[in-house]
Structure formats: C-alpha cells, structure tokens
Design a protein around this ligand. Structure first.
Ligand SMILES: O=C(O)C(=O)C[C@]1(C(=O)O)C=C[C@@H](O)C=C1
Length: 363
C-alpha cells in the first residue's frame, strides 16, 4: 500500500468519526426542537411553530461564526436544511406558491423554507393569497420585483384587497437557459416559449442569437418547458428546476442579459413577526390628490433617517384612494423611530396599512 492510500484510509476513518458526531449532534438538536414545540403548545394551544425572526438570527449567527473552508452562504444553506427538518418535526409546514411545479417561485419557496416544507403549486397569485387567508396552507410565496423587469404589479394589487401579512422575503438569482428536448432539431429551432418577464430578461441575447425565431409568451417558464417536450422545432427559456422536471437539455446557459438578474419574493402569512435585528417594513399608503403629497409622505422618513428600499405607485382602485404608494424601508415597526414615522405618516395620509415587518432575506 502506498503512503497516499494509508492517508486516505486514515482520513476516511476520521470522516466516519466526524459523521457520527454530526449525526448525534443533529439528533440532539432535533430533540431540542421537539421540546420547543411542547413549550410553545403549553403556552398557547394555537401556537405558531415557524418563527422567521429566530430562523434569520440562527442563520446570521452561523454565517458570522463560520471560519471556512466552506463559504458562509454554503454553510447557512446546510443549516437551513437542518432547521427545516427540525421544524417539520414540530409541524409539517405547507406552503402555496405561484406554480406550476418547476417555477422560480417554487425554487424560492424551497430556498426559504428548506426541502422539508410541503410546497403546493397554485395557478395564480390571488389563489396563493386565498389559500393562505383560508388557512388551507400556512404560508404563501409570490414574486414581487425583478431587478431587470421591475415590479410584479399583480402582487401589489392583490395586497390592496387582502388582509394578509408579509412575514419574510427571499431573493433568488435568476439564471435562464435555452432548453430543448432530446428529439429537438437544434439547428432548426424556429419557436421559443417563455414567460413574458423572462423574454424581457433575455431580450438582447435572443436578438443576437435567435433574431428570427418566433417568441411565444406562455403563463410560466415551467409551462414553456413542458411544451417543448413534444415539439421538435421549439425551445424554451426556463431555469434549472423546470429543466430537471421535464428532462430537458441545455443549448445555452445563463442567457439573461444582466448577470445580476434576481427576483425578490415575499412570504405571506397571518402572523406578526417580532424583531430579528435586521428588518424591513412594507406599508401601503393612500394619499389625497393635492400638491406636495409625495413630499409630505417622504419627509418624515428623511427626517428620522430611515432608509427607503423601494417606492412604487399604483393606481387607486377606489374613489377614496387617489394615489397608492407601496413603500419598503429598513427597520421594524416596534422600533421607536419607526413607530414615530408611521404615526406621522398616518396623520398625513388618507389611509395607511402596515403589510408587515420581517427579517431582511438572509440567503
Ligand atoms: O426556536 C424555535 O422557536 C424553534 O422552533 C426551533 C427552530 C430551529 O430549528 O432552530 C425551528 C423552527 C423555527 O422556525 C425556528 C427555530
């Protein structure tokens, strides 16, 4: 036996020992989570098991403690899965997302809740809201903005008619691929299916590489992936999850025009989330249609030095609400300076609703 094989055996024995230690520690952690569930139930028979603020703290702490060689995000992803399995012991979490299966929204749901959550596809954004409101699922995941294509208006509009709360956010890097089935004639692609937003995100690449192919918009990338399965002259633009689900092959990878292309998703639910330490608040404000409205709305934020992260205007859907602004800012509604700003804005506005304070996305 050479020296390398002796070393390899020794290293594998060491790995076996470490795996046994990790196994015992994970089991001990899972036991703790089960005890947490008993404590929560003893305090309240309608106890809420999923605690977004605690999860954010756990993941941030792990990232801060990590000394490598695995990078902090990778390490946090591993702990994400451990926590997801621990939560499933307390209560299996059901999450509705904008489907069908294989969409980026499903990927976002699994990134946020981990693989132990049960994810259920819905046909439309309002259905995700309805399922959460009806208590058929614990949480919902909907897209809200893309760095290239901008806001998902439908999601914002649905908040106007709903009492649902925002419990969290998750940002996903969006990589699009040009996909075909194994029977596709790659040199004869004359039609490309995708969601309109994805066409928007890959416009320049398509103009350069497939200027003559017909671009057919469909309801989701996953739907596009499904369609090309049976058409020898068609391709789809979709992500990894859809490619895997429908067994498609890549003609070209990462064809999005901007390398930092990402989408932000919201986690919606029925609970108010306590402070995590690094939080965001989302509000919707209706202002009267008069001069100086926008200044009056924003001035308190400026004076209290609160960092706005997003401002969107949507047409009002009732006579009272002339202008409706969706505002995201850093801070939690329970912080005194945030509470003070909210009070001031409330006095100036025709209406104000806090959609939620929640931890800034960690992963
Ligand atoms: O700390 C809790 O409240 C727990 O339930 C434990 C735990 C965890 O595994 O760390 C599990 C689920 C919650 O969402 C948050 C954290």
């Amino acid at each position: 036996m050479s020296d390398t094989s002796i070393n390899l055996d020794e290293l594998r024995q060491r790995i076996d020992q470490l795996d046994s230690d990790i196994l015992n520690l994970i089991s001990e952690r899972a036991n703790c989570a089960q005890q947490v569930a008993h404590v929560k139930l003893a305090e309240d028979k309608d106890a809420v098991f999923y605690r977004p603020e605690r999860e954010a703290q756990v993941l941030r702490r792990i990232m801060a403690l990590n000394k490598g060689p695995l990078d902090s995000e990778e390490m946090a992803r591993l702990f994400r899965e451990i926590m997801s399995a621990c939560l499933a012991l307390e209560q299996p979490i059901k999450v509705a997302y904008l489907g069908p299966e294989g969409t980026f929204t499903q990927q976002a749901a699994l990134k946020h809740f981990g693989e132990s959550a049960v994810s259920l596809p819905m046909a439309a954004i309002d259905e995700v809201f309805r399922e959460v409101e009806a208590g058929a699922v614990h949480y919902g995941v909907v897209p809200v903005e893309n760095s290239t294509e901008g806001v998902v208006n439908h999601t914002l509009d649905t908040f106007m008619d709903s009492s649902i709360k925002i419990c969290g956010e998750v940002v996903l890097r969006i990589h699009h691929h040009l996909l075909v089935s194994e029977t596709t004639r790659r040199d004869k692609v004359s039609r490309i299916y995708s969601h309109p937003q994805s066409f928007g995100q890959c416009r320049k690449w398509l103009d350069a590489h497939y200027p003559h192919a017909e671009r057919v918009p469909v309801s989701s990338n996953a739907e596009a992936a499904k369609l090309v399965k049976t058409e020898w002259h068609s391709a789809a633009i979709a992500g990894d999850m859809a490619a895997k689900l429908y067994g498609l092959e890549h003609i070209a990878e990462k064809i999005e025009d901007r390398p930092d292309n990402s989408t932000r998703f919201l986690i919606i639910g029925n609970q108010d989330v306590p402070m995590a330490g690094e939080d965001k608040t989302s509000i919707v404000v209706a202002m009267r249609n008069q001069p100086g409205t926008l200044h009056a709305l924003l001035e308190p934020f400026h004076r209290h030095q609160i960092d706005l992260t997003r401002l969107e205007t949507r047409p009002s859907r009732t006579g009272v609400w002339n202008y409706v602004f969706f505002i995201d800012f850093k801070g939690h509604r329970d912080e005194p300076r945030v509470a003070a700003v909210l009070e001031e804005v409330r006095l100036r506005a025709a209406d104000l609703r806090v959609l939620g304070s929640y931890p800034i996305g960690v992963l």
